[in-house]
Design a protein around this ligand. Sequence first.
Ligand SMILES: Nc1ncnc2c1ncn2[C@@H]1O[C@H](COP(=O)(O)OP(=O)(O)O)[C@@H](O)[C@H]1O
Ligand SMILES: [Mg+2]
Length: 308
Amino acid sequence: MRPDRVVLEADEAGVGGDGGGISPRAGSADRVASNDVASIEPTSVKPTASRRIGDVILALESISLSFGGVKALTDISFDVREHEIRAIIGPNGAGKSSMLNVINGVYRPQSGRIRFHGTERRNIRPHAAAREGIARTFQNIALFKGMSVLDNIMTGRNTLMRGNFVLDALHLGFSRAEELKHRRHVEEVIDFLEIQHVRKTSVGRLPYGLQKRVELARALAAEPKLLLLDEPMAGMNVEEKQDMCRFILDVNDQFGTTIVLIEHDMSVVMDISDRVVVLDYGKKIGDGTPDEVRRNQNVIDAYLGVVH
Ligand SMILES: Nc1ncnc2c1ncn2[C@@H]1O[C@H](COP(=O)(O)OP(=O)(O)O)[C@@H](O)[C@H]1O
Ligand SMILES: [Mg+2]
């Protein structure tokens, strides 16, 4: 073990410290701020989560994916239960984003099986995954920078609309009643994520943390059953991270949305996840509760060998 090579810089721990109110849940106040995986103290278990968590809704079985000679994923199996927050962690290049791309149909694995709600999915396309209730945000923000916050979030309703492309739907041949229904839902999402004050602002003019929140809003506008978040807190300052943590927990709590979360900040992962799967060089090296994972020697070794 090499304690000088750590997962987090102390000042990146972000959500640790004196309980600055990330979560409305009582148990979340005593979260951890350690800068060493091996020494992270036992953290709170979300008090309501274990009672709410349901059956497996997504099962990945022996997934392998390669790009030419690069094996991005090798024989990965894990499942996701309804209502849980399931984290995927691992060093850069471990295959985390590729895994999300497999789940929502962007990448087609060379082998393996995917079952969603008990049904095996074959060759699903991203828009079909979206129609099935899978929404996501991206590691690099993927919004229309010149469009307003409101219009960007409206694009999240795309899959729920009859038309093929949301702009057509907004401006052409779309019934007023239906448009109002969509707008009402979008306004609810805007209220929920507390971005009313920027709803008319061009996304490109917003600070980074708010852009990430708009991306979450767009995903929520699709009313997803399964929400895939690819590093939603990367590059954020401490306060922005705290806000994002709180919103993720609130979404999970209030809408019961199942969440698969890729995140580098170990204190966040350990605090808000129900279960964690750990990837390293495309292989699964750990899977379990935060407590189990933080005691897993393979995980400790993989993290202590990599500077993040
Ligand atoms: N579209 C792609 N084409 C070629 N190689 C890719 C592609 N996407 C990912 N990879 C490779 O797959 C591996 C895993 O990448 P990625 O899933 O982005 O990792 P992570 O998100 O854990 O950092 C890396 O070696 C990466 O270079
Ligand atoms: Mg990635």
